[in-house]
Design a protein around this ligand. Sequence first.
Ligand SMILES: Cc1cc2nc3c(=O)[nH]c(=O)nc-3n(C[C@H](O)[C@H](O)[C@H](O)COP(=O)(O)OP(=O)(O)OC[C@H]3O[C@@H](n4cnc5c(N)ncnc54)[C@H](O)[C@@H]3O)c2cc1C
Length: 386
Amino acid sequence: MIPRDDASGVDQLILDSIAKWLARDVEPHAMRMEHADEYPHAMVEQMKALGLFGAMISTEWGGLGLSATTYAKVVTMISETWMSLTGIFNSHLMLAKCIEKFGTEEQKKKYLPKLVTGELRAGTALTEPDAGTDLQAIRTRAEKNGDYYIVNGSKTWITNGQQGHIFGLLVKTDITTDPPRKGMSMLIAEKGEGFSVSRKLEKLGYHGIDSAELVFENYKVSAADLIGGEEGKGFYHAVGGLELGRINVAARGVGIANRALKESVKYSQQRKTFGKQICKHQAIQLKLADMATKCEAARLLVESAAKAYDEGRRCDMEAGMAKYYASEAAVENSLEAMRIHGGYGYSKEFVVERLYRDAPLMTIGEGTNEMQRIIIARQLIERNPI
Ligand SMILES: Cc1cc2nc3c(=O)[nH]c(=O)nc-3n(C[C@H](O)[C@H](O)[C@H](O)COP(=O)(O)OP(=O)(O)OC[C@H]3O[C@@H](n4cnc5c(N)ncnc54)[C@H](O)[C@@H]3O)c2cc1C
């Protein structure tokens, strides 16, 4: 798919509509709903109307056809207001994008029109209790039996696990291959008999959205729902989706870092100590300057990774750098914002408390930052051989 030209003005209209929606329908409710860990059903309906469930899917299938560059801006804006909402459509888009990119024509026709409207809502189920970073160690098995696969195993931490209908399910179709990734496949798994949600997981932050454990007991998936119709490609499908996933997490990091800065710039002008606004104290100025510089650097890294993605270039290093830097910026800025707010930063009445709880997730999701640094280093060597 060729992303629409940014200069068309359509992307700006979409960004403007999202900004209005955030101010009118999200910001006034986000703090209460996040504290109550309440699923945002009404906001999901509004997200459907805004087209977010088809944001990066081609207009041919009814999607918005956004480039990764514009998509990253959308994710940053929403994360500034309430980061949890981005998980609802990003995990969904990872499966939709995987079907659009690698699926058979039948799979595209069957699933994409319902995915872009949000009639079917999706998630991506890779992680297992004993395998997160080391995806090749997954144990969920899919054994072929005529026209079906019989799936047994479990997945954990699956975003949209409770509320979603359909999942990109990474399984082993062959346990004898060396390396193991050659025996891995991705199935389109719709909820039904043999597929159960065993529990919703309690978390530090990222409230309002469901992270769940999924269990598969003799669960039947039609062979027609093997993505691309060919076994042994699942690892590549999963890793291919992670590049976009990393750009998305990086964009969320920028959103959190930006919001921490905005709250700090505002509060430091309101609060007075020793007869002057705290923004007039040099110690606070140094913090604000560091925070602003990190926001700008993180934004530019995300833009550069998204541009590489849009141009169809290999971008694991760029996405890794953006994800690593922006997520650390989110963690650092949210802590600095808390310090600038003094005791009030520790209060649930101020948004910086939420930013502080949400930020660390960005260092873990879509590949931990330790792994991002390893990916960056490997790429550096590969791209600069002597
Ligand atoms: C809120 C939330 C939502 C999530 N949503 C999803 C989802 O929708 N779908 C999904 O599939 N997963 C999801 N995950 C899972 C997430 O992707 C994993 O938690 C992540 O990949 C890390 O895996 P792990 O937790 O098993 O940690 P581990 O792999 O056990 O890693 C533990 C530590 O060891 C380090 N480490 C591991 N291997 C190496 C190595 N080779 N070199 C150096 N350090 C290493 C890691 O960096 C980490 O610090 C979610 C997680 C959370 C917390």
